[in-house]
Design a binder for this molecule. Structure first.
Ligand code: GLU
Length: 323
């Protein structure tokens, strides 16, 4: 990067860090409260239906290491599909561009657990943030990691600088007991020759990743490496190249909130990944990251209040990539 580009990047990061976060987050919490009772808990995983539904927290992490947060920002919740960002990052690091022979980079208008495209498109999932895509990524990782479940927890702990992150075994067992669609997707991909490991082991590792618990503060910190050209803030490890981090962000923007991704680009303008635990992680390349959590979901599986709050913050602070 040239000197001028580096200077403008540093200026952007400094501007972001100096925003009046206390006020911005208070306003977002207050204004998003109008939809605090909208949406439903993810009851297809029974353990998630037992979460107290009105919780809400926000954490913003800046590249200088500061955290700004409100409300239930330190309460751990089930990260669910937000884990797909970290699974993808581990696999991309391990396989490089050859990963894309097994999973594509295209958006989908079908739900995250749909099998329709998978059969029509010969067992190659559209993208790594759909369940079949994340299963194929997990399969690839299992070929290289004997203890993938511990590797995932270790990665989150390292990136968040928090030794307390762990699995919730109740959520893990709850999802595994109703994982028929995961098995169906994996077997379908296996029948098309796009699967290497024992299906049940891959499904277990996938459900374990989804069952990791972390707070908004921890996830905002963990996501910072993507805002920082692939380099971890905690410890400084270069997890992905800057080019790879850029591509993970592009996928988050175009596919990270499922069928809503086009609207996310339009209304929020940030690479964003949601999970059915109600968490939403947004990356601001060169600036920082934001994690918001509130458990009630819309029909697509995105948290109603978290997405509303993210939209309010993005618009109030002019954070869209396109601003
Ligand atoms: N574990 C969930 C599932 O596979 C993740 C879905 C999500 O968070 O979007 O159904």
């Amino acid at each position: 990067m040239g000197d001028a580009a580096q200077q403008s990047r540093s200026a952007r990061a400094a501007y972001f860090a100096a925003l009046p976060w206390g006020q911005i987050l208070e306003d977002a919490a207050q204004l998003s409260a109008v939809c605090r009772h909208d949406g439903q808990l993810a009851d297809y995983i029974p353990a998630l239906a037992r979460v107290a539904p009105d919780q809400f927290g926000i954490a913003v992490a800046t590249l200088d290491g500061s955290i700004h947060s409100v409300e239930d920002c330190a309460t751990r919740f089930s990260i669910q599909s937000i884990s797909k960002v970290f699974l993808l990052s581990l696999a991309y690091r391990s396989y490089g561009e050859s990963l894309w022979e097994r999973v594509r980079q295209a958006p989908s208008t079908n739900p995250f657990n749909s099998l329709i495209e998978l059969e029509l498109e010969r067992g190659i999932p559209r993208n790594p943030f759909l369940n079949p895509g994340a299963l194929v990524v997990t399969d690839a990782l299992l070929s290289r990691h004997t203890h993938l479940e511990s590797a995932m927890v270790a990665l989150l702990r390292e990136l968040a600088g928090s030794a307390g992150i762990n699995y919730d075994s109740e959520v893990f067992n709850s999802e595994l007991r109703c994982a028929s669609r995961h098995f169906a997707a994996a077997h379908l991909m296996q029948s098309h020759g796009n699967f290497s490991n024992v299906v049940s082991e891959v499904v277990r590792a996938y459900c374990a990743s989804c069952a990791i618990e972390a707070s908004c503060v921890e996830l905002a910190r963990a996501g910072l490496f993507l805002a920082n050209g692939g380099r971890a803030i905690e410890g400084g490890r270069q997890l992905l190249s800057a080019h790879e981090a850029q591509r993970v962000c592009a996928l988050m923007l175009t596919t990270g909130t499922y069928e809503y991704s086009g609207m996310t680009a339009f209304a929020i303008g940030l690479p964003t990944k949601s999970g059915v635990g109600g968490g939403v992680l947004a990356i601001l390349p060169g600036r920082g990251s934001i994690c918001i959590w509130s458990p009630r979901l819309d029909a697509r599986g995105n948290s109603v209040r978290a997405m509303k709050a993210l939209e309010l913050i993005s618009n109030a602070a002019g954070l869209s990539l396109f601003a």
